[in-house]
Structure formats: structure tokens, C-alpha cells
Design a protein around this ligand. Structure first.
Ligand code: GDP
Length: 528
């Protein structure tokens, strides 16, 4: 087998997603501990920005800085090299999460057993479904009095529109939580609360749960209940089907308690067995397979340097095919520039280090002086562009007002770089005389204002406007689209790639415009 193929087979890259507080950070940390990547709990920084008051900017900034280190975490486990891509759970950073999901081959979804499916869970799963990303579910906090496991599974199926298949089954819940039974491996694992980190492999092999041995471990009452429920599970759920999971239709489910380090090993062991290795990916020209000899990759995230004296940024590149090498020239396909990177970094747990080479399924950090935009592709010369990194319509729109005309240049440069980073979307009207900034949360406007002032010395205000949605418009009927653009000129603006969007302020508004212009297609995202 070639070295390239061996390196590909070893790698897994996944995103970890949840509604805030379900236990994503705790689970990530425990996964890293299992992988031996960190030595003690408490090392993974919480990648959160919960507060919204103006005085909390510095806090946001600090957290944003911290999240550079924590947003990609690599670790080795058994024969695999695993990359976790962390995603901010806070809804104001949802765009960032959506984009991160373009770089993964699968996800682990964390659900709180007390709260069940929550708002962000739904939104994130919509994105996973759209992209057919394979999903594993970890139902967390089983040490708390949560919902009945059957009800939880039904809720997940119904609300998230995905079939489920429990691979482990909980014994009791909350104060009666006694452990989990692995339905396929026929192993019993008993629960003892353990918030410290201890890696234990104490399974009890139990081929037949009908045997009296089970009673010895968990008592007769719990044993009977487990037998009944296990029978019901086998009756209700189809056997686990790998291909359905790999195509995103079936989610295997595990139960556990991240904080107690319980149920993590089962999750991880099954993950490396079933989760897909680096997959082929679509470009505007053709499908690129990971085992092609020539390097290709794309940028899915950009982080600004927090130090205003160093304007460089780190672009996160997912390697898609071939071997990446330090100091070799690659083609930046959007600009046709040749770029080489003297100090590409890898992200192992909480440490960054220089890498000489990288393989499909790796994420590398590239120092960038302003060449990259999110979605950019690097190749060895072939002109192609990875697709599937769309912009979604923002939910809040504000008009940018320059409050310091002496600093107009700085403001323009600043806003354009923040847009490249994906902090917000910019829509331009009347040849630049009006600029609308769109985000998914109020918090971004605060971050933008703060960063424009601190990094570019430019000051601005945001004036509220009534738009709530941007739809990208196309049509085969040029006359009709021109008519729409003329008759509703105050609603039309252009995105960063100069494509027209229609801005609307209600469902009624867009519905009636659609009715009046039947040949114009209104797209929900920037890619179609
Ligand atoms: P995130 O917002 O999804 O990253 O959630 P965190 O990992 O920060 O967890 C949110 C809260 O839930 C923290 O206070 C954790 O200590 C707690 N937590 C995480 N896992 C468990 C668990 O298994 N049981 C209980 N009782 N609490 C947990």
C-alpha cells in the first residue's frame, strides 16, 4: 500500500456539535484525555461567548483568541489520527459552525438527556442533513434525572428527521443510573461517578443478559428492566446498517456521562471502527479523491491575529488530496497567485507545532497576510474550486455608517477583511454608497465595531434597517430579472462576489415578489 493510502486510512476528521451546555466541551476534553493528548481535565478552554453586554468585548476577544488554539484538536487513538473540529455552540456564531461542517467527514452530536433536542441542535442537524454528513449521537448527563431513553430516541427521530439505532443501552437514569450495556459487543459497563480522569477498561463480558449473572451486578429489578428494554430495542429498531450511517440517514446512539468520563470509550472505539476516513470531495470541475497524488485543499476558517501590531491571520486549510509540503509553491486558484508557506502548523490538542508535511484529513494553519478568503482552494496548478461552502442568509441586517471620514480607507479595508474572514456578510447598494452588514447575531456587530477600531483605527455606527433575509437571485429570463432589479432597486444589493441578492423583510414580502416574478429563482444560500 502506498504511503499516501496508509496516511489516508489512518485519519478521521469530525465536528462536535451541540446546543450550548449539552456538554460538548466536556466530551471533547474527555476524548482528548482518552487519546492521551492532554494529561488532565480542565485543559480544554471553553470556546464560548455567552455575554452580550458591551463591556464584555474584551472577554469576547479573549475567548475568540483562545478558540484559535481550541478550534482544531488532533490526537492519536489506537491506530488512528483523529482531528476534532470544535464549533461554537452560541447561536450568534452559527455561520462559523456551518462553515466548519464543510471540512468534516462526520459529526458527533451531543444531546442533554434532560433537555432533549434544543434549538441549536435542530439548526445544526439541518446543515448535516443537507450535506449528508454521517452523525453519531451521544446522549449526555445520564447521571441526571432525564427523559426516558425511548422518548429521547423518538424525539431525535421526529425532530431531527433521522433514523436512530442505539448501540448501547442505559441501565436506569439519574440517581438510579447503574451503567450501560453494549448491545452489539454484549458487554456490561458499570457506572461509578468519577469526575477525575481515570481510564478504566472494566467491562464485564455478558453473552446472555438472561443469565442470573446480570442480577449479581445490578440487582434483580434493574436486570429485569434491562432485559425487557433490550428486547424491545431489538424489536423496534432495525439492526445497525453501516451504509445507512455513512450516507447520513441513520444515527447510532450512545448513552453516557461526559463529566464522569462514562461511555466515552465505547463511543470512541465505535467511532474509529465506523466513521468514514477522508472522503472524495466535489469541486466546480470534478470530484477529487483523497488518494490523488497531487495536493489540493481549501480554506474553511480564518482567524485574525489578536495583536494589532501583527496584521497576519491564520487560515485553516483542510487537506483534501495528495501530500502537502512546507515551502513548496501552490496555486491559489482564485487569484492565480503562487504561494508557499514557511511555517505551516498542525494543531495537536492544545499545542501548535510546525509541520513539514500533511495528508488528506489533516487541518493545517497557514499564516496569511491577506490573500485568503473563506472557501479558497489551493492546488498544484490545476484550476478548480472546492464547492459546498455556501453563505447562508443572515438574520440581522444593519447599515454601516462611517463616523470618521478621515478614516474611510481604513474602514473599507477593515470591513472587507472581516468579511473575508467570515465574521459577517456585506451587501453593497448603489455602487458602494450604501453598505449593509448581515450577521446571525447581535453579538457580531459589537465584535465588528470593536475590531474595526482596535485593528484598523476606524470607527463606525450600525443603523437598524428592517431587512431580515437575503435571497440570491438568478434567472434564465434576463428581462424579468432586470425588471425586478429596476423596479425594486431599493431591495437589491450585491454580495462580496458581486452577485445580486433580494433583501426582504417578511415572508409576505418575498412571497409576493416571487409571485410577480415567476421566472426568477430566489436561492436560500449563495451556492446552488
Ligand atoms: P458545552 O456548552 O456544550 O460545551 O457544555 P459544557 O461541556 O461546558 O458543559 C455544560 C455544563 O454541563 C458544565 O457545567 C458541565 O460540567 C456539565 N456537564 C457536562 N457533562 C455532564 C454530565 O455528564 N453530567 C452532569 N451532571 N453535568 C455535566
Amino acid at each position: 500500500m502506498s504511503t499516501l493510502q496508509k496516511e489516508i486510512d489512518k485519519r478521521r476528521i469530525f465536528g462536535i456539535i451541540s446546543h450550548p451546555d449539552a456538554g460538548k466541551t466536556t466530551l471533547t476534553e474527555k476524548l482528548l484525555l482518552f487519546g492521551g493528548a492532554i494529561q488532565k481535565a480542565g485543559t480544554v478552554k471553553r470556546n464560548k461567548a455567552e455575554k452580550t453586554a458591551t463591556s464584555d468585548f474584551m472577554e469576547i476577544e479573549k475567548q475568540r483568541g483562545i478558540s484559535v488554539a481550541t478550534s482544531v484538536m488532533g490526537f492519536n487513538y489506537k491506530e488512528c489520527k483523529i482531528n476534532i473540529l470544535d464549533t461554537p455552540g452560541h447561536k450568534d456564531f452559527a455561520e462559523d459552525t456551518y462553515r466548519t461542517l464543510t471540512a468534516v467527514d462526520s459529526v458527533i452530536l451531543v444531546v442533554d438527556c434532560v433537555k432533549g433536542v434544543e434549538e441549536q441542535t435542530r439548526k445544526l442537524m439541518n446543515v448535516c442533513r443537507m450535506r449528508h454528513i454521517p452523525v453519531m449521537v451521544f446522549i449526555n448527563k445520564m447521571d441526571r434525572e432525564g427523559k426516558d431513553p425511548f422518548d429521547l430516541l423518538e424525539e431525535i427521530e421526529k425532530e431531527l428527521n433521522i433514523s436512530t439505532r442505539p448501540l448501547s443501552w442505559p441501565i436506569g437514569i439519574g440517581s438510579t443510573f447503574a451503567g450501560v450495556y453494549h448491545l452489539y459487543k454484549k458487554q456490561l459497563k458499570l457506572f461509578s461517578p468519577d469526575s477525575k480522569m481515570q481510564i478504566t477498561d472494566e467491562y464485564i463480558e455478558l453473552e446472555d443478559i438472561l443469565s442470573d449473572d446480570l442480577d449479581k451486578y445490578i440487582g434483580q429489578k434493574a436486570s429485569n428492566k434491562l432485559r425487557e428494554e433490550a428486547e424491545l430495542v431489538e424489536g423496534v429498531y432495525e439492526p445497525f446498517d453501516l451504509s445507512l450511517y455513512r450516507s447520513g440517514y441513520l444515527a447510532p446512539v450512545f448513552f453516557g456521562s461526559a463529566i464522569n468520563n462514562f461511555g466515552i470509550e465505547e463511543l470512541l472505539d465505535t467511532f474509529i471502527e465506523i466513521a468514514p476516513p477522508p472522503q472524495a470531495r466535489e469541486t466546480d470541475k470534478r470530484i477529487v479523491k483523497p488518494d490523488e497524488n497531487k495536493f489540493t485543499g481549501f480554506i474553511f476558517k480564518i482567524h485574525a491575529n489578536l495583536d494589532p501590531n501583527h496584521r497576519d491571520r491564520i487560515a485553516f486549510c483542510r487537506v483534501c488530496s495528495g501530500k502537502f509540503e512546507r515551502n513548496k509553491f501552490y496555486q491559489h486558484t482564485r487569484s492565480s497567485k503562487k504561494l508557499k508557506f514557511a511555517s505551516p502548523t498542525s494543531f495537536m490538542a492544545d499545542a501548535k507545532s510546525l509541520v513539514e508535511e500533511a495528508w488528506p484529513g489533516d487541518v493545517i494553519g497557514l499564516y496569511d497576510a491577506g490573500n485568503f478568503k473563506i472557501g479558497d482552494t489551493l492546488t498544484e496548478g490545476e484550476v478548480l474550486k472546492y464547492i459546498g461552502i455556501p453563505s447562508f442568509s443572515p438574520e440581522i441586517f444593519k447599515e454601516l455608517e462611517n463616523t470618521d471620514p478621515m478614516k474611510t480607507k481604513q474602514l473599507e479595508k477593515g470591513i472587507s477583511q472581516l468579511v473575508d474572514e467570515g465574521v459577517a456578510q456585506l451587501f453593497i447598494q448603489n455602487l458602494g454608497s450604501r453598505k449593509f452588514v448581515g450577521t446571525v447575531g447581535e453579538l457580531q456587530f459589537e465584535v465588528i465595531k470593536f475590531r474595526l477600531l482596535n485593528e484598523y483605527g476606524a470607527s463606525c455606527n450600525f443603523r437598524s434597517i428592517s431587512f431580515t433575509k437575503a435571497s440570491w437571485i438568478t434567472s434564465k429570463n434576463q428581462e424579468q430579472i432586470q425588471l425586478l432589479m429596476r423596479s425594486q432597486a431599493n431591495r437589491i444589493a450585491f454580495d462580496k462576489d458581486n452577485r445580486p441578492v433580494y433583501l426582504s423583510n417578511s415572508k409576505w414580502d418575498i412571497d409576493s415578489t416571487m409571485r410577480d416574478h415567476p421566472d426568477v429563482v430566489f436561492h436560500e444560500t449563495s451556492e446552488w
